[in-house]
Structure formats: structure tokens, C-alpha cells
Design a protein around this ligand. Structure first.
Ligand code: MEV
Length: 326
């Protein structure tokens, strides 16, 4: 038997950092997917990542062999297989292959997308009939191993796609997005992300100036709610404007730098409706929203100053079983 499943990556559209202090944030699924194939194998379970050139071989819960930086990255998948096998009468060994078009460590949810796709492919292989909620929950359990206590944004958006608005104390609401005419352009600064350091730096700043920063947090919360409305109304102009304001707030809390500003202004000058840092800042990527007809122009301009540029779009296609060969 061979099963192939896939799941999308994501970007944070608005609200990063402010979300840490319980303000809402909005995440959007993008049309880059992680593909996971599970097929029969002889003797032991093998987990293999084409992208990372890493593999792990496991038999009866024991790691027999591993190569590459594999184990850390593949560990959630071993956990998912353990969880699912418990509920299945199918005990045969398998080979699981990851082939993802989502760049790793980019803030685009690569790890969760792989876990979600693996969960779908393995559950079919084990002949289990599990729903989307279970897929998302099991992927979350697996992600905890590597990422501590993630917010749950990534596994949720990768399972259901579209967009979600998320607030720590309240969880998720799925949004009915109407942005088919939008290009989502991501440009990588080439400077590594420093999420932990940035989160700490922002927390320290907020402690020093609570009265100054509290209203900015408040504003960011309202902004996310407005942005969610703009997504549902398909109002790209409004969404772009809100993204620009959000970028200003992120600059104000100190997570921008010259390179990120250059990318943001390059995108805007080339015709983006809005452009901002996405994720923790300090490095990493910016996101721009534009009408599709402007996308090439923006990408061309960004390629001169960014290390990588992706012209993408939002997707409503969540986790899916793409092929089953018995
Ligand atoms: C990082 O992708 C997003 C931050 O808001 C951190 C977090 O929410 O954990 C900066």
C-alpha cells in the first residue's frame, strides 16, 4: 500500500508579538505544501526527509539507525506513528517520506505542515477513520516534543487552511476568506530569525514603558479584528493599509531593522497594497499583499534586495489525502 497526503504552510498576516500578550493575531494558509508518503516496508519503520537528507530507522520503539540532523526534525513523526498505531490493528512496518516545498525554519509553518500531512497519511495507512480535529490535535502533541509549547496556530491552520484569528485565552475562529485576487509575496531578508531573542527584547521594552506600549498592544488587537473583517469582505485595500499600520507598530516595539525596512519599502514602491514583517522580525521574512497583476513587478524589485522571494496565494485547501495505491 502507498498513501500520499499533503498539508499547507502558513504566514502570520498580522498580530505577531502582540499575540504573546493575549492580543489576537491572524494567520493565513499559503499554497506551499508538505507532502508525506507512507508505504510498506520490510522489517522496520523508516522516516526519511528528502529535503534535509535525514533519516531515522525505528523498530519496536527503538532507534536502530539515524543520519543527518534527522532525529530532532523527524521525532514528531515517530511520535505520531506511535500514537496512531496504538489504535490500529494494522501493525505492519512502513517507510515514511517527507517531501516539502515549504522552506524550513522560515516561519512558514513547515514543521507543523509535515506533522499534519504525516498524521493524515499514517492514519489512512493504519486504516483509521479519524477526523480533522483529531489530525490537528495529534499533530499538536507531536509538535510539542520539538517546539516546547507552541500556540497551536500552525497545526490548526495547516489542517483547515483558509485563515484563522487566534487569541491565547480564547483559541481560534476560522475565517471565510475572500481574497482570490490577492498575491501573497514573501521575501526573505537572508538574516536568520531570532524569535526567542526578539520576544524577550519586546517583553523587556514593555516592562520599561508599560504606559507607552499598552496602547500600542491595544491598537494591534483592534487591528487584527479589522484585518479579519477585511479578509472576509475581500477588501484588499483595507487589508494592505492595516498591514502597513501593523508594520509601524512592529517597528515601534523594536523588531525591524534596515534590511527589513528596505524590503518593506521596496514592496510598497513596486505596487504592494501593504507590506510588513511577518513573524518575529530581527531577520526572517516580510510579507506583501498585492493584486495578482502587480505580483511580478513586486517580485522583480524584491529579488534585487532579498535572498529569496516567493510569489504565493492564500489557499482554502487544508490537509488532504492525495493518492492511495493498494
Ligand atoms: C513568531 O513567529 C511569532 C511571535 O509572535 C512569537 C509567538 O507568537 O510565539 C513573535
Amino acid at each position: 500500500m502507498r498513501v500520499t497526503a499533503s498539508a499547507p504552510g502558513k504566514v502570520i498576516l498580522v498580530g505577531e508579538h502582540f499575540v504573546v500578550e493575549n492580543e489576537p493575531a491572524v494567520a493565513l494558509a499559503i499554497n506551499l505544501r508538505a507532502l508525506v508518503t507512507v508505504e510498506d516496508n520490510e522489517g522496520s519503520d523508516v522516516f526519511y526527509s528528502k529535503n534535509l537528507g535525514a533519516f531515522v530507522e525505528v523498530k519496536e520503539g527503538r532507534v536502530l539507525k539515524g543520519a543527518g540532523d534527522g532525529f530532532e526534525v523527524l521525532r514528531p513523526l515517530v511520535k505520531i506513528a506511535d500514537i496512531l498505531r496504538q489504535y490500529s490493528s494494522v501493525k505492519k512496518p512502513f517507510k515514511l517520506t517527507v517531501n516539502s516545498s515549504i522552506p524550513p525554519a522560515s516561519g512558514m509553518g513547515s514543521s507543523a505542515a509535515v506533522s499534519v500531512a504525516a498524521c493524515a497519511a499514517l492514519s489512512r495507512f493504519f486504516n483509521l477513520d479519524i477526523g480533522l480535529d483529531d489530525i490537528s490535535k495529534i499533530a499538536y502533541e507531536a509538535e510539542k516534543i520539538v517546539h516546547g509549547k507552541p500556540s497551536g496556530i500552525d497545526n490548526t491552520i495547516s489542517t483547515y487552511a483558509g485563515a484563522i484569528i487566534y487569541r491565547k485565552s480564547e483559541g481560534f475562529i476560522r475565517l471565510d476568506i475572500q481574497i482570490d485576487s490577492a498575491a501573497v509575496i514573501i521575501a526573505d531578508s537572508g538574516i536568520p530569525r531570532r524569535t526567542g531573542e526578539m520576544v524577550k527584547q519586546v517583553r523587556d521594552l514593555k516592562k520599561r514603558y508599560p504606559e507607552v506600549l499598552d496602547p500600542l498592544y491595544h491598537a494591534a488587537g483592534h487591528l487584527s479584528i479589522e484585518a479579519a473583517r477585511a479578509l472576509e469582505e475581500g477588501d484588499l485595500w483595507k487589508l494592505g493599509e492595516l498591514m502597513n499600520i501593523n508594520h509601524g507598530l512592529l517597528s515601534a516595539i523594536g523588531v525591524s531593522n534596515m534590511k527589513l525596512e528596505e524590503l518593506v519599502y521596496t514592496a510598497r514602491r513596486a505596487g504592494a497594497l501593504g507590506a510588513k514583517i511577518t513573524g518575529a522580525g530581527g531577520g526572517g521574512c516580510i510579507i506583501a499583499i498585492a493584486y495578482k497583476k502587480k505580483a511580478d513587478n513586486i517580485a522583480r524589485a524584491l529579488k534585487k534586495v532579498a535572498s529569496r522571494v516567493y510569489v504565493l496565494e492564500a489557499t482554502r485547501k487544508g490537509v488532504s489525502i492525495d493518492e492511495v495505491v493498494s
